[in-house]
Design a protein around this ligand. Structure first.
Ligand SMILES: NC(=O)c1ccc[n+]([C@@H]2O[C@H](COP(=O)([O-])OP(=O)(O)OC[C@H]3O[C@@H](n4cnc5c(N)ncnc54)[C@H](OP(=O)(O)O)[C@@H]3O)[C@@H](O)[C@H]2O)c1
Length: 316
C-alpha cells in the first residue's frame, strides 16, 4: 500500500466549512523531485482567496485541493536525478505550482528540488515557514520591480502584516529609509523592525503626513493595502518615483505613474539571499499564532481578517 498523509483539503470552492481534514496517498516521486516532511506551513491571505474560488479563472486547479504555499521541512526521499540536497537536509520553499492541487497544509509535499533552499539555521521551523511567500513578495516588489536603492525612501502600506514586516527589514538592510503604515497598535512593532517613521491609516491623510516627513516625496510606494490608503498616498510619490502594488492591477492608476503589479513567483536563489539575511540577524519573523492541522479553517479565518500582525503558521 502507498504511504498515506494527513492533510487539510477541500473538494469545492467556498467558505471555511469546506475544509476537511483527511488522509490521502503521498504522490509518487518524479524526476528531479523530493519528498519533504513538513514541519511548519505559513498561512497567507491568498490561501483563503483560492479556497473561495476568487482565483479560479487565473490559476488552473484540480480537486481535492490542499491549501497552503509556504513550508519549512526535512527532505525524506529523493527522486531520479534530484541531487542538490541530501536526505535529512532542512529546507524551506514557496511551493506554488502551476496547478493548484498539492499544498503545504499537510504532513508531506512532493516538490521539484528547484523550489527549495536551505532553511536559515538560527530560526525555528515556524519562523522559517513564515518567510518564503512574503519574503519573496517584498524582494520581488521592492528590488526587482521597484529598484529600491540605498539612501532612497520607501513608503510601505500595510507594513505590519506578513509582507510588510519582511519588507521593512529588507528595505532597512538595503540602507533605505522606511515609512510604515498600519494601525496605531502596530506602531511599536514596526519601529522594532526598523521603520524610521510610522503612520496610522485610520485618522491621518497618509499623503499629507508623508509630505510633512519628506517634502520632496518618496522614491517608492510599496502597496500591500490599496483602497483609500493608496489613493491618499499617491500625491506623496516623487514625479520620477515608482509605485509597486501586490493588490491593484493598475486599472485606476494614472498612466503617468511608473507602475508595476507583482504576483510573487518561486525563486530559490532569492530564498538563499533571505536565508543569509536571517542568519546575519537582519531578518526576523514574528509568529503571532500557531495552529494545528485540525485548526486549518480557523487559521484561514484569522488571515482573512486582514489584520494579522507578522505571521501565523500551521504545525502539522
Ligand atoms: N500579489 C502578490 O504576489 C501578493 C503576495 C502576498 C500578499 N498579497 C496580498 O497583499 C495583501 C497583504 O498581504 P499580507 O500577507 O501582508 O497580509 P496580512 O498579514 O493580513 O497584513 C495585512 C496588513 O494590512 C494592514 N492594513 C489593513 N487595512 C489597512 C488599510 N486600510 N490601510 C493600510 N494598511 C492596512 C494591516 O495592519 P493593521 O492590522 O494595523 O490594520 C496589516 O499590516 C493581502 O491582500 C494579500 O492577499 C499579494
Amino acid at each position: 500500500m502507498k504511504k498515506q498523509m494527513k492533510a487539510a483539503t477541500y473538494e469545492e470552492f467556498g467558505g471555511p466549512e469546506k475544509i476537511k481534514i483527511t488522509t490521502l496517498e503521498i504522490p509518487e516521486l518524479g524526476e528531479g523531485e523530493v519528498l519533504v516532511r513538513i514541519k511548519a506551513a505559513g498561512v497567507n491571505p491568498v490561501d483563503y482567496a483560492v479556497r473561495e474560488g476568487y482565483l479560479k479563472d487565473f490559476l488552473p486547479y484540480e480537486f481535492p485541493v490542499i491549501p497552503g504555499w509556504d513550508m519549512a521541512g526535512v527532505i525524506e526521499a529523493r527522486g531520479f536525478s534530484a541531487r542538490r540536497f541530501s536526505v535529512g537536509d532542512e529546507v524551506y520553499a514557496y511551493a506554488r505550482r502551476p496547478l493548484v492541487h498539492y499544498g503545504t497544509f499537510a504532513e508531506y509535499i512532493v516538490l521539484p528540488e528547484t523550489y527549495l533552499a536551505k532553511k536559515p539555521k538560527n530560526i525555528s521551523w515556524e519562523e522559517a515557514a513564515g518567510i518564503p511567500l512574503v519574503g519573496l513578495t517584498a524582494y520581488q516588489s521592492m528590488f526587482d520591480a521597484g529598484q529600491l536603492q540605498q539612501g532612497q525612501t520607501v513608503l510601505i502600506l500595510g507594513a505590519s502584516g506578513g509582507v510588510g514586516s519582511l519588507g521593512i527589514q529588507q528595505a532597512k538592510a538595503k540602507g533605505a529609509k522606511v515609512i510604515g503604515v498600519a494601525s496605531e497598535k502596530n506602531h511599536g512593532y514596526m519601529k522594532e523592525l526598523g521603520a524610521d517613521h510610522t503612520l496610522d491609516y485610520k485618522d491621518t491623510n497618509i499623503g499629507e503626513a508623508v509630505k510633512k516627513l519628506v517634502p520632496n516625496g518618496v522614491d517608492l510606494i510599496f502597496d500591500c493595502a490599496s483602497g483609500e490608503t493608496l489613493e491618499q498616498s499617491l500625491p506623496a510619490l516623487k514625479p520620477n518615483g515608482t509605485l509597486v502594488s501586490i493588490l491593484n492591477h493598475g486599472e485606476n492608476i494614472d498612466k503617468n505613474i511608473n507602475f508595476h503589479y507583482v504576483f510573487v513567483e518561486p525563486n530559490a536563489s532569492q530564498l538563499d539571499e533571505l536565508r543569509e539575511l536571517a542568519e546575519s540577524g537582519q531578518l526576523k519573523v514574528h509568529v503571532s499564532n500557531t495552529y494545528t492541522l485540525d485548526e486549518a479553517a480557523e487559521a484561514l479565518n484569522q488571515i482573512q481578517s486582514g489584520h494579522t500582525t507578522g505571521k501565523i503558521v500551521i504545525v502539522p
